[in-house]
Design a protein around this ligand. Structure first.
Ligand code: NIG
Ligand code: FE
Length: 411
């Protein structure tokens, strides 16, 4: 039994954020809208004045003119890990690059050490406040990757924690197996052997346990080659699991084209991305996931090709990429702000990026990222004058009411 009250009833007197709702009856400019929730599901969306008679006896909830958006979706996180890496932050401030830190034994591998040392319960306790911070801003669906275990046992531990977090907090969690994140030290010089273990042992075992919703890899000169990434994708495909890719963060290895050929849900980072990669993503329906927190933290200056992605019509999502190395970010609204300020997204693009397109990057287009009848009730009522404020404030959370999985979890 959830401790949170049920959200069933008629939520009236709302404003709908432009582009983020599909009304059953068109809502005119300046007109107040209602959302009908029954059995935890959105049943009707339209003008308050046009509420169908059949819903008239339901409990009324005054929306007080608040702005309604769908629940936010954070489509790329590494939320479960041991330790933290503030020391690397200091190293980078002193001039070291991410690549230099990684080659010096820091980077992902240092989080692997701390994650392996932590028990499942410890990892759960560490991740819980991070997830709570994201949920407080209205996140209703989140992706959580493995990739700091790099053995079957420790990758399983991370993915189990991700599933437990979803159950404990009543939030949709999509798990992604990122065994091909970094070469673990015990495989030094044996990259092919490790890739074989990822594909032939770890992935099939974890998939059989129901722990893998998608498969990801880090295709980069400090991580895995194009050929190794292809092998990972083929293993995923044999099991019928969708793929996504960390592509073009430091250099363009052609990962986007490869991912698109495998029908990838998304290519993420993509600061370094060719027109050929963009065209392949467009043709495959692959979402471009922009990660301004990592760009900012690494003081990157190589911008993703936003204008070309926009011109090609590739859907752009925006995510925290929460991780202890390159993006210790716990605010998706701040990422929307950074996507506008650093990457020059428009406000509507940024808001679609943390809702509709983020849902698509997780294969959740039918259930998340849009206010529409027939979907589970996941929405946020914001105390703002206009939608642009959601990407405007720095370090302010205007979420007044949050309905997640049909429950009023705030407000
Ligand atoms: O998305 N690029 C690779 N993976 C993470 C960084 C992980 C880490 O440094 O621990 C990212 O930025
Ligand atoms: Fe990442």
């Amino acid at each position: 039994m959830s401790i949170h009250p049920c959200a069933d009833g008629v939520w009236e007197g709302l404003r709908l954020a432009p582009g983020l709702a599909r009304a059953d009856v068109a809502v005119g400019a300046g007109e107040r809208a209602s959302l009908v929730v029954q059995g935890g599901v959105l049943r009707w969306v339209g003008p308050s004045a046009a509420l169908p008679a059949g819903y008239a006896r339901l409990a009324r909830r005054d929306g007080g003119g608040l702005l309604a958006t769908p629940g936010l979706v954070d489509c790329h996180t590494h939320l479960v890990y041991g330790g933290q890496r503030a020391n690397e932050f200091a190293m980078r401030l002193a001039g070291a690059s991410y690549e230099e830190v990684a080659r010096a034994g820091g980077g992902i591998v240092s989080s692997v050490r701390a994650t392996r040392e932590a028990s499942e319960d410890e990892l759960f306790a560490l991740a819980l406040p991070r997830l709570s911070a994201l949920l407080a801003e209205g996140v209703c669906a989140i992706e959580i990757k493995s990739g700091y275990g790099l053995t079957l046992e420790h990758e399983r531990k991370q993915l189990r924690v991700a599933r437990r977090l979803g159950q404990a907090l009543g939030v949709t969690v999509r798990t992604t197996f990122l065994g091909a994140h970094a070469l673990p030290p015990e495989y030094a010089g044996r990259s092919q052997d490790y890739t074989d273990a990822v594909c032939d042992e770890m992935l099939p075992a974890l998939a059989a346990e129901g722990l893998v919703d998608a498969v990801d890899a880090f295709c980069e000169r400090i991580a895995f080659t194009l050929a190794e990434t292809r092998q990972v994708f083929q293993a995923a495909q044999r099991l019928g699991i969708p793929v996504k890719l960390h592509a073009g963060q430091l250099s363009d290895m052609g990962g986007a084209q490869l991912a698109a050929r495998h029908g990838a849900l998304s290519c993420d980072h993509i600061e370094h991305l060719s027109q050929e990669g963009i065209d392949a993503m467009k043709a495959a329906g692959t979402v471009a996931v922009l990660l301004p927190g990592a760009y900012y933290t690494l003081r990157d200056t190589h911008l993703p090709p936003i204008a070309q992605l926009r011109a090609a019509g590739v859907p752009m999502a925006v995510s925290t990429d929460h991780n202890p190395g390159t993006s210790p970010a716990l605010s998706l609204l701040l990422m929307a702000n950074m996507a506008c300020t650093l990457f020059r997204l428009t406000v509507p693009e940024a808001l679609a990026g943390i809702t509709t397109h983020a849902a698509r990057a997780l294969g959740l287009s039918d259930t998340h990222g849009l206010i529409a009848a027939g979907r589970p009730a996941n929405f946020v009522l914001w105390s703002v004058g206009e939608a642009a404020e959601l990407a405007y404030w720095l370090g302010h959370n205007p979420a007044r009411t949050i309905v997640r999985q049909g429950r009023i979890v705030k407000g």
